[in-house]
Design a protein around this ligand. Structure first.
Ligand code: AMP
Length: 187
């Protein structure tokens, strides 16, 4: 199963991705998590990403594409994966298509978690307090939502055109959304 999970920051992608990954026994690959780990360890990648990350801007495509290309070669991703937070630009969509095509593979389904924006802002502010995520100040949250709307939301139309987009209403409890995702993936 080769899956993408998309939706605005704060839609609950990360939480849902963990259970999808367990259910299908596929790795959950989050580019945001990879950047956070690298920033914590102050690796060259982390230092490169930090300036963009802290402002709520996207890390340049060539950097992000490189880390995904590498991660997809790991053994655990041979039979499938769930990408969370990637692709986010049309360049990343094209790049992902190309690297998968080399092995005659393609994305089978794209889950779009939909959510009301005021709910998202509230969730992200709460998360920033709980987890001390420095990217989640009100200003940065607004910036990240704007960037999502202008750069990433339009990509959903491409996956819709391919007939692989499944919209899932992200409002409700974690287990309610989990159930909706299960039926979307079964259909
Ligand atoms: P996330 O945790 O997925 O919301 O990502 C947090 C931040 O990491 C984003 O605001 C970007 O700065 C960076 N990032 C994560 N994934 C990508 C991506 N696919 N392309 C560019 N930047 C990304």
């Amino acid at each position: 199963m080769r899956l993408l999970i998309m939706g605005p920051p704060g839609a609950g992608k990360g939480t849902q991705a963990v259970s999808i990954s367990k259910t299908f026994n596929i790795p959950h690959i989050s580019t945001g998590d990879i950047f956070r780990e690298n920033m914590k360890k102050e690796t060259p990648l982390g230092l490169e990403a930090k300036a963009f990350y802290d402002q709520g801007l996207y890390v340049p495509d060539e950097v992000t594409n490189r880390i995904v290309e590498d991660r997809l070669t790991w053994d655990d991703a041979k039979n499938g994966f769930l990408l969370d937070g990637y692709p986010r630009t049309i360049d990343q969509v094209n790049f992902l298509d190309q690297i998968l095509a080399k092995n005659s593979q393609k994305i089978e389904k794209v889950l779009e978690i939909t959510i009301d924006i005021p709910v998202v802002v509230e969730r992200l502010l709460k998360r920033s307090q709980e987890q001390g995520r420095i990217d989640d100040t009100k200003e940065v949250i607004t910036k990240r939502l704007d960037v999502y709307a202008s750069s990433t939301a339009p990509l959903l139309a491409e996956y819709q055109k391919r007939g692989i987009l499944q919209k899932v209403d992200g409002m409700g409890s974690v287990s309610e959304v989990e159930e909706k995702i299960k039926s979307a993936l079964a259909s």
